[in-house]
Design a protein around this ligand. Structure first.
Ligand code: ATP
Length: 640
């Protein structure tokens, strides 16, 4: 094992990008504190932004939608405005509570977001997609044979309508949005390359299926979801496509009952490709990559459940996750799919176990620091472990994150353990380490240009400096009915401040980050999952893996960046995972990245280059852009 030197890819430089294991537990286990983010450097990093010399103002989104402009003569949109943002070098200093309460509230009756201009095409962004990377060992790209065998799905499409609700403020916003759907649909995404045609067709279909439901436009009916899912699973270009049925795969009848119980009809591409490799005997390592929200969890869950001998009451499988939130979610999936078996599970996160009690559960799911503590305290025998799963494997192997802990755990396990590594991203340097961690593995990789999900419409919004970002966010939520959304920030303080201010403005908001107590974190995420809160303001702590189907918008309030050791470059992987919290398993979603100065603009450009995907610029001065944004959000709100 001496060759297991973790890769040193630089971490996203944000609070909570490390393991959220209890630092006290880690100190006990390692005798030293875990790496922490240097908050002073964090501030210095942002203030190191090169001053912007071109001072043409960008009128704020707020001024566009509220008519409360502080700029009496807005400058018309400039074609080069993406690189001529207004000066914003001052660091974000949250205004006092008094200042925030005296802030003029946007006019929420304004329906600028709510009106469509039928047939208007958006302007095209100028960033050129790079040449795709070399083909991986096993690709999830459809073969020509697969394309030819595509069955045509002919389910009927039903159209329903309901009467208009009483015109309260919220309902008026909803009615404005519903009007969009009744017009001939241009979803505004003609710039998105080959998928645009497909998306337009899908949108038209959505238009005819619009229910006009008054429940804030969330995924409005199961029938719609099933029809669209059947379409997607019959399209060889979709990551959800498969030729086979679950029944064709070597899955135990009790697990098949679990699959039916959770409502899965057909495997996704990653499930179809990975499961035969995973379940084959003798067990073999697997490194699997597939886009966010395409069903990797069920793939490794079916393998974990298949490899347990329920008669032996000792831990046999370990699943490592980067956060307690993801561990809890994964345990739930395992319990659901395994509900017709005798297999038991246990969470291994701070506060979930008792130090002197022997563990007799079959599958343990948790964060690495806790496992190290458990192994040190001999509460289970690591030599009985047969399968080690690393969910979000690139994160779990990252030396700047949890790589060292993961390697320590592996060293305690038997040499013939089956190593299963899954993620939506596997940067090159992590791939080398993954190869050494899981030797002779079967591999399923994506090209970099395939990593992002087509159904997520990626936008960026120009804001006027740091404070302009908050104004833009407030304006978005004031003006539009947005189902549920996640806002990602770099710092915990920013998350708390935004949550406070949005709450003062009457929105249903919570903030979640690593400084909160464990129980509180669980309650906050549960509240959001259950729809009690509509907006979750967070750090990278839930950037990966969290699966909440009704999330239809992700906001990158701060562009994710690597730390000082990464020369402050944009963190492309974290961006991909963050936006992947929407657009789950074929659903539509929208991501908006806030750009407030020259530096954040070039970070966005770098992300576009790396992913080969353009983000559509939303110029807040441009009525047409705002209307396109409104349409995108409406379509995302429909879900599918
Ligand atoms: N075969 C299937 N049929 C229908 N739904 C499925 C299927 N497989 C998974 N799902 C659903 O798709 C959603 C996304 O799955 P999952 O969370 O496993 O994605 P993932 O690939 O692990 O994403 P991420 O990269 O973000 O971790 C979940 O709600 C899951 O229940």
């Amino acid at each position: 094992m001496s060759d297991l030197t973790s890769p040193t890819k630089k971490k996203d430089w944000a609070e909570d990008s490390d393991s959220d294991d209890d630092p006290e537990e880690l100190r006990r286990a390692f005798g030293s504190p875990k790496k922490s983010v240097d908050s002073q450097k964090e501030q210095n990093g942002e203030s190191g932004i090169a001053p912007i010399t071109d001072d043409k103002p960008v009128a704020s989104l707020l001024s566009r939608i509220s008519g409360l402009s502080t700029d009496p003569a807005p400058v018309p949109a400039s074609p080069s405005s993406s690189s001529t943002l207004s000066a914003a070098s001052a660091p974000f200093t949250p205004p006092s509570a008094a200042a925030s309460t005296s802030r003029p509230k946007p006019n929420t009756n304004n329906n600028l977001f709510g009106k469509a201009l039928a047939g208007v095409k958006s302007d095209r962004a100028s960033v050129t997609a790079p040449t795709p990377a070399a083909a991986p060992p096993v690709s999830l790209t459809p073969t020509s044979a697969e394309k030819e065998t595509t069955p045509q799905v002919t389910e009927p499409v039903q159209s329903t309508s309901t009467s208009a609700p009483a015109p309260s403020l919220e309902e008026k916003k909803e009615a404005d949005m519903t009007n969009i759907i009744d017009e001939p649909l241009d979803d505004g995404w003609g710039w998105d390359g080959p998928t645009a045609v497909k998306d337009d067709a899908a949108s038209t279909k959505e238009a005819s299926m619009a229910s006009g439901s008054s429940d804030s436009g969330l995924i409005s009916n199961n029938f719609q979801v099933e029809v669209k899912l059947a379409d997607l699973q019959a399209d060889p270009n979709s990551p959800l496509y498969s030729i086979s049925a679950f029944e064709d795969l070597p899955i135990h009848p009790d697990l098949m009952k679990g699959i039916y119980a959770v409502g899965f009809k057909k495997p996704s591409k990653i499930q179809e490709k990975a499961l035969p490799m995973l379940l084959n005997n003798p067990p073999r390592n697997l490194i699997g990559q597939s886009q966010s929200g395409t069903g990797k969890t069920a793939a490794f869950t079916l393998n974990m459940l298949s490899r347990v001998d329920p008669a032996i009451l000792t831990p046999q499988v370990i699943c490592l996750c980067p956060s307690r939130e993801l561990a809890r979610q994964t345990q739930e999936v395992i319990d659901k799919i395994g509900q017709f078996t005798q297999i038991s599970t246990m969470l291994a996160v701070p506060g979930s176990w008792s130090r002197n009690q022997k563990i007799d559960k079959h599958i343990l799911i948790g964060t690495p620091g806790t496992f190290i503590d458990m192994i040190a305290r001999k509460v289970f025998d690591p030599k009985a472990i047969r399968v080690l799963v690393l969910d979000e494997a690139d994160e779990m192997l990252n030396q700047q994150g949890q790589g060292d802990q993961t390697t320590r755990i592996k060293r305690a396990l038997p040499p013939n353990v089956q190593n299963v590594l899954f993620s939506a991203t596997f940067p090159d340097d992590v791939q080398d380490f993954a190869d050494r961690f899981a030797p002779e593995a079967n591999k399923i990789f994506l090209k970099m240009t395939e990593v992002t999900v087509d159904a997520i419409k990626q936008l960026y919004l120009e804001c006027e400096g740091e404070e302009g970002k908050f104004e833009a966010l407030g304006a978005l939520y004031d003006s539009m009915t947005i189902g549920q959304s996640i806002v990602f920030c770099k710092k915990r303080d920013t998350a708390d401040e935004i949550a406070k201010r949005l709450t003062e403005d009457g929105h249903s908001v919570a903030s979640l980050h690593g400084e909160k107590m464990h129980g509180e974190r669980d309650d906050i995420l549960d509240g959001f999952r259950n729809g009690k809160t509509k907006v979750l303001i967070t750090t990278n702590v839930i950037a990966r893996g969290i699966d909440i189907l009704q999330v239809n918008m992700v906001v990158n309030y701060d562009v994710p960046t690597l730390g000082p050791e990464g020369h402050w470059k944009p963190d492309v992987e974290t961006y991909i995972h963050r936006i992947g919290r929407t657009g789950r398993f074929g659903r539509k979603g929208c991501s908006i990245t806030f750009v407030h100065d020259q530096r954040s603009m070039s970070e966005v450009e770098e992300i576009m280059q790396a992913t080969g995907r353009r983000m559509k610029k939303i110029d807040a001065r441009n009525e047409h852009d705002l209307e396109q944004l409104g349409k995108a959000l409406k379509i995302a709100m429909k879900g599918i």
